[in-house]
Design a protein around this ligand. Structure first.
Ligand code: F6P
Length: 546
């Protein structure tokens, strides 16, 4: 494990490494000894979010040293550079201004001769009018029928954010059309929807920053052919809207001028659900709730930019992430929403964190000297408890966890909230404290089983010391969802500053994309009449590495 980071003195990094070694040598029972007041000491609160870090492998000297690392990274100055529109995405020569999409007011902010604030305001107004038209039944299909269904065609950032938020906020989706999502190149989602939707009452959103993405264009053409067959080629435009920076491509596709919404180069795909890319969300939940989501995110932006040291939630979460990854060897991070409606959050966070921080070179192009990025995955609790938790508790990997815990249950019943919370908190405690061999052997039931009980005892040991954070909130409403996403976005930014990498480019996904395009003609000449098995053998042969 390398502790080499581009921030912090060698002395500080060595001190952090020594703390990590010392804390790992402790038995969980020593670190989490009762009566230390850990829970209140390491629980932070801001904007209605309660963040309990007391189950992390930290103690006071380690925590202080981590905060010194945060100070060395000059996070407030870096946050200002982002908020002020500096070109922090230097490899693509752009600012990263997703925060401007949810800013409330503020002085004019010029990027490339355009006032970003004004551009965002104008686009928000256009979106709200469009949403009102669809939800209010004023804007209808070619045959005069209301749109009952909306299909968002996009992938990556043009899909994951809209799906995740639409699912998360289903309880707020009243009075609008039903939302559907098509992303995969294999055509499954398109085929399934085409089989059950009515083209006369379906609106298709083509969501693609570039309007060049193979999956999106392929699926958009599939939907176009289906709509054309249903309502007639001449009426197509009534059934399409698009979100893109590529106006020429929208022209070529035939998207009507009043049904196209702009994106800007200064918004990365994985940071874009606040922009017109969120149109699917806004159509589902309405403009008032969408605005509440923006406001929630903005509250965390203000908190991030204005709060110092250990009270700054994204700063602390970013520091803990680097502490776990670079000092304690936890390179995998599981996200456990104890809220079924957040079931797509882990997938969303995978793109946000892994496409951002999966980098091997620093900003100046020199190789990084230690691990960067975190492998993110997860499933809603309590379902995950009955599948992969065994590995979390007893496996050989030490995996860090985030438990997301709402107070309010969708059933509205306190009894359900209690059951959910007891599961989340019990798991977090068990991961932290574990269960030693001595504890197992002292169990009267094990003792009563005699030699057989003793033989089984090692199998019942839980090592403990598995770090977790609990992020608790009152309810999963639009504002809270905005806060949670912004919290994770800024955590990613803090991590990138500590690793000295650019979190806003994604050159790593280009190579595979280009090669996929190049293989299409190679596979087109493999004769289709070979039949499935022989075709696959021939395709593998034609595209193999030899
Ligand atoms: O696959 C990577 C990526 O470039 C993502 O960064 C982006 O969100 C996604 O493709 C979709 O891109 P677009 O919105 O341009 O279709």
């Amino acid at each position: 494990m390398s502790h080499s980071l581009p921030v912090g003195s060698n002395e500080l990094l060595a001190r952090l490494a020594a703390h990590a070694q010392r804390l790992q040598a402790l038995r969980p029972g020593e670190l989490y000894a009762q009566g230390q007041g850990r829970q209140s000491r390491y629980t932070l609160e801001a904007e209605g979010l309660i963040v309990d870090c007391s189950r992390q492998l930290i103690d006071e000297p380690a925590w202080r040293a981590l905060l010194e690392l945060g100070a060395a990274a000059a996070i407030p100055a870096a946050a200002r550079r982002m908020f002020d529109g500096e070109v922090i995405n230097h490899t693509e020569h752009r600012p990263a201004l997703h925060v401007a999409l949810r800013a409330r007011g503020g002085a004019p902010l010029q990027v490339g001769g355009v006032d970003v604030r004004e551009a965002v305001r104008a686009e928000r107004a256009k979106l709200a009018a469009f949403v009102a038209g669809i939800r209010g039944g004023v804007r209808r299909g070619a045959g005069g029928e209301r749109f009952t269904d909306v299909v968002n065609v996009g992938i990556g950032g043009s899909d994951l954010g809209p799906v995740m938020a639409t699912e998360a906020l289903k309880a707020y989706a009243r009075g609008g059309p039903s939302l559907h999502f098509v992303s995969n190149i294999d055509g499954t989602e398109a085929v399934d929807l085409i089989a059950r939707l009515n083209p006369a009452t379906t609106l298709v959103l083509i969501c693609s920053k570039t309007f060049t993405t193979q999956e999106t264009l392929t699926n958009a053409r599939r939907m176009r052919a289906w709509i054309a067959a249903g309502v007639g080629e001449a009426n197509l435009a009534r059934h399409f809207a698009a979100i893109s920076t590529n106006h020429a491509a929208m022209d070529a596709f035939g998207v009507a001028a009043d049904a196209r919404f702009t994106m800007w180069d200064w918004v990365g795909g994985r940071y874009s659900l606040w922009s017109a890319v969120g149109l699917a969300i806004e159509l589902a939940i309405g403009t008032r709730h969408f605005e509440a989501m923006l406001e929630g995110a903005n509250a965390i932006d203000t908190h991030f930019a204005a709060t110092d040291g250990e009270a700054n939630l994204p700063l602390v979460l970013g520091l803990l992430s680097v502490w776990n990854g670079n000092f304690l060897g936890c390179h995998s991070h599981v996200v456990l929403p104890y809220a079924q409606r957040l079931h797509r959050l882990p997938a969303y966070l995978q793109q946000l964190t892994m496409e951002s921080n999966g980098k091997s070179v620093r900003r100046d192009g020199s190789p990084v000297e230690g691990p960067t990025g975190t492998v993110i995955w997860g499933e809603p609790g309590s379902n995950g408890q009955h599948s992969f938790f065994e590995l979390l508790h007893q496996g050989t990997h030490r995996i860090a966890a985030d438990f997301l815990l709402p107070y309010e249950s969708p059933t509205g019943k306190l009894a359900d909230a209690i059951l959910t919370a007891s599961n989340a908190l019990a798991q977090a405690n068990a991961l932290a404290r574990g269960r030693t061999l001595e504890d197992v052997l002292a169990d009267p039931r094990v003792q009563a089983a005699g030699a057989a009980g003793a033989a089984l005892a090692p199998h019942r040991v839980h090592p403990g010391g598995r770090p977790s954070t609990i992020i608790a909130f009152e309810r999963l409403d639009p504002s809270t969802l905005g806060k949670l996403i912004a919290l994770y976005e800024h955590r990613v930014y803090v991590e990138s500053l500590l690793w000295g990498i650019n979190p806003f480019d994604q050159w790593g996904v280009e190579l595979g994309k280009v090669q996929a395009e190049a293989l299409v003609p190679v596979l087109q000449v493999v004769p289709g009449e070979l039949g499935a098995h022989a075709w696959l053998r021939a395709a593998l042969q034609a595209t193999g590495l030899d």
